[in-house]
Design a protein around this ligand. Sequence first.
Ligand SMILES: [Zn+2]
Length: 432
Amino acid sequence: MKTFAIGVVCVLLWSCGAQERSVPSPTPPTVSHLEFKEPRVPFSIVERATRIARAIAALRGWSNDLAITYEVANLPRVRQAIAADLFAQTSAETLEAQTSFLASFGWIPANFQTKDAILQAFSPEVLGLYCMTWHRVLLAASVPPAALDSVLRHELVHAFQDRNFHLSQRVRWAPNRGDAIAAVHALAEGEAVCVTRELEDPTHRGCRDTPTASEDRVFAADISRLPPVIQYGMLSPYADGIRFVSKLLRQGGWRRVDSAWRDGLNSTRELLGLPSQIPPDVRAPFAPPGFYDCKAEMMYVLGAQGLASVLYETGDPETARRFASVLQWDRAASWRCRQGCANAWHLRTEDSSGGAALSAALKTAIGIPRTTERASPGCGILGSGVWSLLHDLRDIVITSVRNCDLSESEFVEEYCELTVNWAGQLIRQPAD
Ligand SMILES: [Zn+2]
């Protein structure tokens, strides 16, 4: 399972381990399939999976009674499974709103087809997948025989997580739940990688000794054609998850990992070793004043991981995480109104020095300088829209208004002043 882009955008939830993708030298497909609705897999694979499930259950202290099926799958079938999970977890409208939000601040191209781009870029590298919707482990036909056990271990851990901790329910999209979903997703990937390592390591140390060794490999995955924000969103569940689970294992072994599942993981701040998100003391953003018939398409929390994904635009993962660690609270929203589409993101940092640093980093990440030469200074022009960023001590607000059709040919310059004023009103919102 996998989340994409900004915790906000908990979108693609599929199971595919970083280590599966990095296995070299795929061999030609040896099994033909997928004409079959009912999965047909060689008995030897089922036997192998049964043995591995027993080993996982013994290591983790779980009962070994998974009720799942197996399938050897070609690429179109893998994409079908990914899409099945994607639309079980979220909706086309949500995906569209997430794309709109990212495009409004220049983090993805205006015409970016998020779902198609990710499926195209990522699914050829997926060697295994636990499809939560079908309760089925899919093995890509291209899995090298030497990697088969590793792939089964990883995906079977996800199947156990689904049964033991209701994974598929906990990663289902809901307003303002994006950050919490991203955190659960990272825990799931981190555990799957670390259980696999421990079973493969003759000393059974797994992730306990090498907390960061995998990160370079994760971030070296070849998805470089995608915008940086999407790359970070696809890979950070593995990097953040492995680091987090590694820390839990050193603190208290697998029991500590069980506690993380049971006690609830509410934000990606916790993945960074920071206290859980403080309950909000400012209101969620409202739609632009003077805009009519506004429909809120999404209300969301990007959280530390989501913030890092947009800051990754201009730096390395470590720097992005360092900036993101000052974030204490955030709320974002997208609206479709009669006059155009609007997006707002309100961030509150732990202190004012963090606010100043983050404000500067966000300006760099948006990257389009604000004009001061036009009649309504203070906004930036980006494609078919305008944007504004306002910073006041601990608070930062960015706003955007643009044509909903994302046409590059015209922009709504007359909304420049409105965008600036709207940011000012949002940043001064009183507490509830
Ligand atoms: Zn996985």
